[in-house]
Design a protein around this ligand. Structure first.
Ligand SMILES: Cc1cc2nc3c(=O)[nH]c(=O)nc-3n(C[C@H](O)[C@H](O)[C@H](O)COP(=O)(O)OP(=O)(O)OC[C@H]3O[C@@H](n4cnc5c(N)ncnc54)[C@H](O)[C@@H]3O)c2cc1C
Length: 238
């Protein structure tokens, strides 16, 4: 994972999760994949097989690109089947987020991209990891169930639906969020869009279908891609 992505991920850890004890994760994926199994992980493996209890050997929090590519690495190392659980806020399996401001926003005549067409890891020419792929590989997916609390000492986490999971090793891959305008200056008005996930992109597409004029705030590559999409929809764009 590039260091810039890692930095963003770490920033979100401190902002979005209430941690009872300090976490210090450098590059957790590579660290624990090369580590020799501890006695804790062996005992987790023994009691884990059918998810019949709260014990999970490896847990990834977050269901973005990092989680999807990490899952592929777990499979390559033969440590996924019956041992890995991904807990995500989103309702879909990891996908190539960059597509959201590219082919996803194409006007109808240009055949826009839709899931399951761009699940991770197609962006790197890898296998398309659909929800079925995770099932086949024995990876447990908990969708639409954000982690709300982690207790590092007890090695447990709780989700918004009230699930309590005990983990052997934990990867936090919660990514980042868009910076939003405050509500008092109109940041929550209808017609104001942010783009980070599929739900945001769907909402933007439904506005593009009706819009006459589009104003893009932010001139980075995401802003420029949205401006290009709006032009493709033949909309007056600033
Ligand atoms: C529209 C857009 C276009 C982009 N285009 C490009 C590009 O062209 N090239 C490029 O290199 N990069 C691009 N990026 C950036 C790239 O997508 C990110 O670097 C990448 O998504 C980071 O992956 P990640 O898995 O670390 O985080 P994310 O993709 O942000 O995934 C984090 C996941 O964690 C989930 N989550 C958050 N909190 C919790 C919680 N408490 N419990 C459970 N789940 C949680 C989120 O819902 C999300 O599913 C783009 C980003 C966006 C938004």
């Amino acid at each position: 994972m590039p260091s810039s992505v890692r930095r963003l991920t770490m920033a979100v850890i401190t902002n979005s999760l209430s941690l009872k004890h300090t976490l210090s994760l450098g590059c957790p994926q590579t660290k624990f994949l090369t580590r020799r199994p501890s006695s804790t992980s062996i005992s987790f493996r023994r009691c884990y097989a059918s998810y019949a209890n709260e014990n999970r050997e490896y847990v990834i929090v977050g269901g973005g690109n990092a989680a999807g590519y990490a899952a592929r690495t777990f499979v390559e190392h033969g440590v996924a089947d019956g041992r890995l659980c991904i807990v995500t806020k989103e309702g879909v399996a990891p996908y190539e987020r960059p597509a959201l401001t590219k082919a996803y926003l194409f006007p109808p005549e240009k055949k826009p991209a839709r899931l399951p067409g761009f699940h991770t890891c197609v962006g790197s020419g890898g296998e398309r990891q659909t929800p079925e792929w995770y099932k086949e590989k024995g990876i447990e997916m908990l969708y639409e169930d954000p982690v709300e609390n982690i207790d590092i000492e007890k090695q447990t986490l709780t989700t918004s639906s009230g699930k309590l999971l005990k983990y052997g090793s934990l990867i936090i891959a919660t990514g980042c969020t868009s910076s939003r305008f405050p509500d008092k200056i109109g940041g929550n008005l209808s017609g104001v869009h942010y783009i980070r996930d599929v739900a945001d992109a769907d909402s933007l597409v439904s506005s593009l279908e009706k819009a006459k004029k589009v104003v893009v705030v932010g001139g980075g590559y995401i802003g420029m891609e949205i401006a290009a999409a709006a032009v493709a929809w033949k909309l007056d764009t600033t």
